[in-house]
Design a protein around this ligand. Sequence first.
Ligand code: SF4
Ligand code: SF4
Length: 473
Amino acid sequence: MAELRQQDARPHRVAGRPSAVDPAGELAGLAGDCVHCGFCLPACPTYQLWGEEMDSPRGRIHLITQILDGAEPSPAAALHLDRCLGCMACVPVCPSGVRYDRLIEAARAWAAPAGRAGPGAGGPPALLPPRALRERIARAAIFATFPYPARLRLALASLHVLQRAGLDRRLAGSAALNRFLPELAAALRVAPRPGAAGASGARRATTQTPVPAAGQCRARVAVLTGCAQRVFFPGVNQATIRVLAAEGCEVIVPQGQGCCGALSLHGGRTAEAARFARATIAALDGPGIDAVIVNAAGCGSAMKEYGQLLSADPARAERAAAQRAAAFSAKVRDLTEFLAGLGPVAVRHPLPVRAAYHDPCHLGHAQRITAEPRDLLAAIPGLELAEIPDGAVCCGSAGIYNLIQPEPAAELGHRKAAAIRQTGADLLVSANPGCLLQISAALAADGSPMPVAHIAEVLDASIRGLPPRHLLG
Ligand code: SF4
Ligand code: SF4
């Protein structure tokens, strides 16, 4: 890291460089909103880690501005942009309202190897210097696997064979693997083990038949089952459906739904994300659907941007398609957001546990949903809610960040694990599968494993009157 920081991160100006990267000047306008006040620096996890200006939001906006002005980005500049978690902690704290989320998504598309990294990466020509070959292969493998549940299920089954033979931990600790294939070593460390919390349940929690509302029907909702959620935590989807039905919702879980495109969108693969978005709208939208419920923070955050995503996609410039996408986005609700707005009708039974709630970045920062999950948990009789110190700091999961940037991700994971231990909680609760995997692995790596649960499972346990051991194991 020290060696990398010593490199010159300043882009080098090249006269006559085309300005096609931002023909409307929209990005330049967004970057120009930054007044360089630095209020965002303390909130930025990578600035906390390294104390480097170019690893802060302000530094990255400076790099983006230079590139928009036609400067030739150096490898170091590309590295500083790649080190951004995309956690969006800098967005809510910015007094000037800088849309860093839009800027970093655009910058990530500059790095995407157009049309060469898997099925239909698409997007504009690569502008940033190419990443190392190993990282490009790792990214291609991730994007060829994670958005496709059948492939992901196959990969997980292979991992479980290694885990049952006790080989995964030996491999993950191998110096050779960590040196030559750190992405694979990281995947072995964070992969869920057979029987992990939320991993139980039918492999496919989908049904053509609507699940009827308990009592009077208050809403008709469609549920996104997700990719990682449905493969790693099928029990979470089942709990989500039960809670919604218990709260008076008719629940539709359409078959044939695929990836929502969140990983692609946050990875700069906008054309691929747009294709996933169109398919998701076609699968989940329909007459009489009051809301589309999402129980994975990263997915919900991306789906709320569909209107923006499809209006920017030149292949779908038709106004009607963009309007439909915007109307769909307006129906997307995180599970906690929806339940808090609906109000409870199902009786909560006592659940005497001390639970620490972790805010997923794409829920707390990107969607500004922090009070709703806490209110839902606090309303459970007997449940004691603990606040995690520095709780707004990312756990290091951040989509695929913990696989492609394993060192800083592991450090953030250790810091989060230490903060969680300070709470004295029996149970860690969150609302995003990536966070649950990352934190669970970090707690175990530090020698203090702790049960983790999705908030849907906690609500479900209380509504069904299950004992704490159902969650605590
Ligand atoms: S992004 Fe916002 S908070 Fe950060 S330096 Fe710019 S204006 Fe200040
Ligand atoms: S998204 Fe997160 S890591 Fe990236 S600049 Fe903002 S606060 Fe820092």
